[in-house]
Design a protein around this ligand. Structure first.
Ligand SMILES: Nc1ncnc2c1ncn2[C@@H]1O[C@H](COP(=O)(O)OP(=O)(O)O)[C@@H](O)[C@H]1O
Ligand SMILES: O=C(O)C1=C[C@@H](OP(=O)(O)O)[C@@H](O)[C@H](O)C1
Ligand SMILES: [Mg+2]
Length: 174
């Protein structure tokens, strides 16, 4: 049986927030790959992007993914682009159930607009950000579909989402 749960999906769908709550409920460990990247590099994600570019960020990301793939009984929240990379997908899915969060573009916008640490969406104007969200979502959908199940988080409370995930896991196991 797979030993971890990975939460994937677009920026602002709630992976980091729900991941923490889910781990607490299960009594499991919790890791957020973006937090690990910041710890390892000693920089904010936005600084890695602006100083070194996205490629360097993606290398840090794969290094962290490789490390967390060895864990057991962990909920792992990854970044919105992590599972676009086939290597990351392969090593994570060997030992983890992959759950992908979805949300409507307007909901994503409302959740991310006050936080400036998402360089891919740091475009200033609401209309440009919404256009970028729609465009990136469309490009990434095929990767998001490569998961064990999808969950729309648009109009659900954190605790409702935790309950739904636990129900789904129960259905898969029994
Ligand atoms: N189900 C939800 N309902 C309302 N707000 C949420 C929900 N999930 C997350 N949020 C809020 O949205 C923002 C982005 O959440 P976060 O967990 O960082 O998303 P992600 O890790 O997918 O980018 C945070 O401010 C968080 O509190
Ligand atoms: O979608 C992406 O490519 C990214 C998502 C971010 O994480 P969240 O999805 O947790 O915001 C973070 O990894 C980085 O800014 C890149
Ligand atoms: Mg996150």
């Amino acid at each position: 049986m797979k030993k971890n749960i990975v939460l994937s999906g677009f920026m602002g769908t709630g992976k980091s927030t729900v991941g923490k709550a889910l781990a607490q409920r299960l009594g499991w460990g919790f890791v957020d790959t973006d937090e690990q990247i910041e710890l390892l590099s000693g920089m904010k994600i936005s600084k890695i992007f602006s100083e070194f570019g996205e490629d360097v960020f993606r290398r840090f990301e794969t290094l962290i993914v490789f490390n967390v793939s060895k864990l057991s009984n962990y909920v792992v929240s990854v970044g919105g682009g992590t599972l676009v990379n086939p290597f990351n997908r392969e090593i994570l899915s060997k030992n983890a159930l992959i759950i992908t969060f979805m949300a409507q573009p307007e909901v994503i916008y409302s959740r991310i607009c006050s936080n400036r640490d998402r360089p891919l969406l740091d475009l200033g104007r609401e209309d440009l950000i919404l256009e970028r969200i729609r465009d990136l979502l469309e490009k990434r959908m095929k990767y998001y579909f490569m998961s064990d199940f999808l969950l729309d988080t648009s109009f659900k409370e954190i605790c409702e989402l935790v309950d739904e995930i636990i129900d789904q896991i129960y259905n898969l196991v029994f």
